[in-house]
Design a protein around this ligand. Structure first.
Ligand code: NAP
Ligand code: F7E
Length: 369
């Protein structure tokens, strides 16, 4: 018989990849969708709708992580074998502006799900995956970070996720719920939200390439992250729930790049070489060279400043340096990331070039995009 999975955050980056993975494994996939969001503009939601209309076993339900009674009703009706709690206010920068809202969703939201499982007496029938994060390490106390590295959260986002991390462990120990934390390092894709730095860069570079924008404004170019591909990381989310015993795992590539280096590599995919001048807030990225074979349609001119720093993107407390070691996941789950950093950037740039080309065509023909 097909298994039932319930995904909170199904309209997000990970939710859409996880849906595809679970469908390919024969699951009935149930997802919680917020009615307050304008999903018509969300490509991940449109993808789910396309799959649903094609007859795939997707069932979308309205709901919100702030609403305990709705969560309990849905979990009771669906009786899921597996719950993937991916929903969150996931933007670290935004969490400084909205700490209380972020805490309600990212901390208490997880508690609401665990309480629903407990109150419904589903403790032995429903497994829970929780989307924890490398942001727990924050001001990292050692490098690389593993499951035993002490936490030092640096934002309301990370503090709320720390609450969830311990709640998952507490409910596992107190009520014997099969509940796991995936301590995931940054993972990206063409489906990544446009406010996160990787997607912000690839989208802007594609627009600059076609002459739709002159310059991209960024914050801390020195921040270093361990960036993987979301498609690889959702596989591990599923694997964690297929084990004999629940546990917590760090998921990372073990390779680190700075934001500046991400920009350079993304630009090189477009045949552009960037030179950096100045320091801190006055640093700029200037086009030094354009590869003529790659840059036929490029509207950029050598000497053009395409990157500037805008302190509005600095954070009140920054996480400067994250690098993960996922040896435990490799040993216990047999998991390894498949996509290299270079291929991740390549895929994102190719997607955004294509998207921008389509937008341009629509604009030229007078259609709205
Ligand atoms: P994402 O693209 O921002 O997706 C977040 C999802 O949560 C969206 O479907 C969003 O719905 C939903 N959501 C937000 N507030 C909600 C609420 N109050 N009630 C119900 N749903 C709500 O995030 P992602 O990159 O896929 O990440 C998935 C999870 O992993 C998140 O919990 C994130 O914090 C965590 N994480 C991500 C990374 C990463 O690098 N991507 C790394 C570590 C951990 P709408 O579409 O309606 O906004
Ligand atoms: O920032 C720096 C910024 O917003 C990465 C979430 O999925 O991963 C994500 O959180 C770095 C930071 O991701 C800009 O200061 C520079 O140091 O892409 P980001 P994040 O904060 O690491 C973790 C693991 C999660 O759990 C979160 O849910 O890039 N940076 N300039 C910038 N960041 C942004 N957004 N915009 C800039 O202009």
């Amino acid at each position: 018989m097909s298994k039932n999975a319930l995904i909170t955050g199904i309209t997000g980056q990970d939710g859409s990849y996880l849906t595809e993975l679970l469908l390919s494994k024969g699951y009935h996939v149930h997802g919680i969708v917020r009615v307050s969001t304008n999903n018509r503009n969300n490509p991940n939601y449109l993808l789910l709708e396309k799959l649903r209309k094609r007859g795939e076993k997707i069932h979308l339900h309205s709901g919100d992580l702030s609403d305990s009674s709705r969560l309990t009703t849905l979990i009771s009706a669906i009786s899921p074998d597996e719950i993937y709690n991916l929903a969150a206010q996931s933007n670290v920068s935004f969490s400084f502006a909205e700490p209380k809202y972020t805490s309600d969703i990212n901390a208490i939201g997880t508690l609401r799900i665990l309480e629903a499982i407990r109150n419904l007496k589903f403790t032995s029938q429903t497994k829970l995956y929780h989307a924890s994060t490398s942001e727990l390490f924050g001001k990292a106390q050692e490098s690389p970070q593993t499951e035993t590295t002490p936490f030092y959260p640096r934002s309301p986002y990370a503090i709320a996720k720390l609450y969830s991390y311990w709640t998952v462990i507490n409910y596992r120990e107190a009520y014997d719920i099969f509940a796991c934390n995936g301590i995931l390092f940054n993972h990206e894709s063409p489906r990544r939200g446009e406010t996160f730095v990787t997607r912000k860069v690839t989208k802007a570079l594609a627009r600059i390439y076609f002459g739709l924008q002159d310059c991209l404004y960024l914050g801390n170019l020195n921040a270093k992250r361990d960036w993987g591909h979301a498609r690889d990381y959702v596989e591990m989310q599923w694997l964690m729930l297929q084990q004999k015993f629940p546990d917590d795992y760090v998921i990372a590539t073990g390779v680190q790049h700075s934001v500046r280096s991400f920009v350079e590599i993304a630009a090189s995919e477009l045949g552009l070489t960037i030179g950096w001048h100045g320091k801190d807030q006055t640093e700029v990225g200037i086009i030094e060279q354009i590869d003529s074979s790659l840059a036929q349609k490029c509207k950029i001119k050598p000497g053009q400043t395409i990157i500037r720093v805008d302190p509005q993107y600095y954070r009140p407390a920054e996480v400067e340096n994250l690098l993960g070691n996922s040896q435990k996941a490799k040993n216990n789950l047999g998991w390894t990331p498949k996509t290299s950093f270079k291929n991740l950037v390549k895929e994102m740039i190719a997607h955004d070039l294509d998207q921008t080309r389509k937008d341009l065509l629509c604009k030229e023909n007078g259609y709205e995009t």
